[in-house]
Design a protein around this ligand. Structure first.
Ligand code: NAP
Length: 280
């Protein structure tokens, strides 16, 4: 694990603009110290869009990444050049030790955590279920499900009033595939996102009286590199006519939903799963 870039921990450490338990984070008023958000997989795609939008709205931002140090550094630099505060930490969410070090780094560098975006996720190349091998299944579930659970556990330990925290928000990035099943492509991925939906429902109820709101966003077909990593770079354009809105979505359109769920604008919303799918 390594910190790619950071600014001196002076102004924003532990700062809170509005610490009312149960309401979660709001956008930070001008002149107030920044709230702190951790976005897993923030080096590219939807996570990077969330990081840039959160920084624009006054949050101090920690992003994690697995391999792409250059992309993570680019996100941090772009935030810093706009006067924001950001760090990038290499941490594989499939490895518990990496997650523990990631949270310890955020504690040390940025202060009290207000929001977690469980965004890091992977797909594997399209296959039928009768072609899946064990390594593939274990990697998908370790990354998409176990990683999100361990990050949620660490966030709850820091945010819950039961543990002396002041509340916060957790936003899980699910997928429209959880409803559709992704037959002959990646039923394993779809099932992992189904688990994220169920985790959202259960954890939201478990910590609702402890100042933490837990919600999920289910993106549809979004223009990012995840499709190329599954072996099909042109997937969004190939399938976009199946979308009622007749187009793919942008990472910013997903980030806007995430930022709403992080903010006080959604103060009575918990356990919700918000489709950002163009109607699909
Ligand atoms: P992406 O462009 O492929 O970016 C994935 C990000 O996750 C990168 O920052 C990557 O880091 C990071 N990552 C991958 N595995 C990781 C691991 N084991 N530990 C830590 N970080 C890891 O993906 P995306 O499309 O933005 O997807 C983000 C989330 O949205 C995922 O949960 C995905 O399932 C979900 N989603 C996406 C779509 C879509 O159409 N794009 C639709 C529905 C749901 P590196 O840069 O280091 O590789």
């Amino acid at each position: 694990m390594s910190v790619t870039a950071t600014k001196p921990a002076s102004a924003a450490s532990g700062g809170r603009a509005d610490a009312s338990p149960g309401t979660g984070s709001g956008d930070v008023p001008a002149g107030q110290p920044g709230r702190v958000v951790l976005i897993t997989g923030g080096s590219r795609g939807i996570g990077a869009a969330c990081a840039l939008m959160a920084a624009q709205r006054g949050y101090s931002v920690a992003i994690s990444y697995r391999d792409n140090k250059a992309a993570a550094g680019g996100v941090v630099r772009s935030i810093e050049m706009s006067g924001g505060r950001a760090i990038a930490v290499r941490a594989d969410v499939a490895i518990e030790k990496d997650i523990m070090e990631l949270f310890a780094t955020v504690d040390r560098e940025l202060g009290v955590l207000d929001s977690l975006v469980n965004n890091a996720g992977i797909v594997a190349p399209a296959r039928r279920v009768d072609q899946f091998d064990l390594d593939r299944l274990q990697l998908i579930f370790a990354t998409n499900v176990v990683g999100s659970f361990v990050c949620a556990r660490e966030a709850v330990k820091r945010m819950s009033t039961r543990h002396g925290g002041k509340g916060g928000t957790i936003i899980n990035i699910s997928s429209g595939a959880a409803r559709l099943g992704a037959p002959s492509q990646y039923v394993d991925y779809a099932a992992s996102k189904g688990a994220i939906d169920t985790m959202t429902t259960g954890l939201a109820k478990e910590v609702a009286a402890e100042g933490i709101r837990v919600n999920a966003v289910r993106p549809g077909l979004i223009y990012t590199e995840i499709h190329a990593s599954g072996g099909e770079p042109g997937r969004v354009d190939r399938l976009k006519d199946m979308v009622p809105m007749q187009r793919g979505g942008t990472p910013d359109e997903v980030a806007a939903a995430v930022l709403w769920l992080m903010s006080n604008e959604s103060s009575y919303t918990t356990g919700s799963i918000l489709d950002v799918t163009g109607g699909r």
